[in-house]
Design a protein around this ligand. Structure first.
Ligand SMILES: NC(=O)c1ccc[n+]([C@@H]2O[C@H](COP(=O)([O-])OP(=O)(O)OC[C@H]3O[C@@H](n4cnc5c(N)ncnc54)[C@H](O)[C@@H]3O)[C@@H](O)[C@H]2O)c1
Length: 316
């Protein structure tokens, strides 16, 4: 099988690429290196089954050409940072929704019908149903990122119905682990390196979030693609626990041997569009036989250890 991975130079994408190659698959990465890093593909680059095409999903002609001969698309490229949507309202629409439309059109031109797509728990907005199942009542959107990803889901579903595609749509909680380049552990560690005596926290620190370790996330994706065979397969990917930001800070500072003064920007939300409580119901995948191996605390500590050993990532 030849797998085509958009965003394959990113955090999740590059880990996925390594796993696909380890499984003996052929892999083509398509990435514009907007946030992706060449270093993440150093090992993959040694494999004869790996090829890299530098390109942008917004260039439909180049994308269509690059995809030729592939069997399965992992469409991971996106503007993956939920926080800054209102600073550039068009970015999520372009990088997520229009780019996904292009991926679907390139697939259609090439006669490729299978696609896996990472959506997000952010699409549930501030739902009252917690833990939140996949079939929660249609949610009100609170971020441009979530809205753009929900639009992607809609397009993918329509291509499944209209053109006989098969899709796996994964609604992730926050993912962390090796090659992590954005998120709270990254931000806190970077701030603590600059000033070990003080830490500024967005919001009141009481936000409750769920986190999944990258290798568990990849296991869950492979498991789902193998197990769920509907035309459209929508799955929450997460863990059956959550933690408060303040708990996470305690784990991080203890691990670093620091006792910084904690300062809060205040309010229930860290930024406009932040969901104060994200906890997904993962019964669908759990009942099919998948469980994560690492707890949230273990995932956070492992992420921190990776960043401590790879400080160069913080400079990029
Ligand atoms: N990391 C998380 O916690 C998380 C949670 C939910 C969903 N997701 C989704 O998972 C996917 C991967 O996220 P990530 O954390 O690895 O992010 P990332 O920023 O590390 O990776 C995104 C990759 O896509 C590339 N890219 C961006 N725009 C592109 C374009 N127009 N054309 C070609 N390449 C482009 C970037 O260079 C980068 O390599 C994204 O779709 C993201 O929305 C991530």
């Amino acid at each position: 099988m030849r797998y085509f991975v958009t965003g394959g130079a990113g955090f999740i994408g590059s880990n996925l690429v390594d796993r696909l190659l380890a499984n003996g698959q052929e892999v083509v990465v398509y990435d514009n290196f907007n946030t992706g890093l060449e270093e993440f593909l150093a090992e993959a680059g040694k494999s004869p089954k790996f090829s890299l095409i530098k390109g942008d999903n917004l260039n439909l002609i180049a994308l269509t050409k690059a995809m030729k001969g592939s069997d399965f698309i992992f469409h991971l490229a996106a503007n993956a940072d939920v926080r800054f949507g209102i600073e550039h309202p068009e970015k999520d629409l372009q990088q997520n929704t229009i780019a996904t439309f292009n991926v679907l059109e390139a697939m259609r031109s090439n006669g490729i019908k299978k696609v896996a797509f990472p959506s997000t728990g952010s699409i549930y907005g501030e739902t009252k149903i917690i833990p939140t199942p996949e079939n929660a009542p249609f949610p009100t959107q609170t971020s441009l990122y979530g809205a753009s990803k929900l639009a992607c889901e809609g397009l993918i579903e329509a291509y499944c119905e209209g053109f006989g595609f098969q899709a796996w749509i994964f609604r992730f909680v926050s993912i962390l682990g090796e090659r992590y380049t954005h998120g709270h552990v990254f931000d806190f560690y970077k701030k603590l390196l600059e000033n070990p005596g003080e830490l500024l926290i967005l919001g009141n620190g009481c936000q409750k979030k769920s986190y999944l370790y990258i290798q568990d996330c990849l296991d869950a994706m492979f498991f789902s693609i193998d197990k769920f065979k509907d035309s459209v397969n929508i799955l929450n990917l997460g863990i059956d626990e959550y933690c408060q930001v303040n708990e996470s800070i305690a784990w991080i500072t203890t691990c670093l041997g620091l006792n910084p003064k904690l300062k809060y920007t205040g309010g229930e939300r860290g930024w406009i569009g932040d969901n104060p409580f994200i906890f997904l119901d993962t019964a669908k995948i759990n009942n099919a036989g998948w469980k994560p191996k690492l707890s949230i605390k273990e995932g956070i500590i492992r992420t921190l250890e990776y960043l401590m050993e790879n400080k160069w990532v913080l400079e990029k």
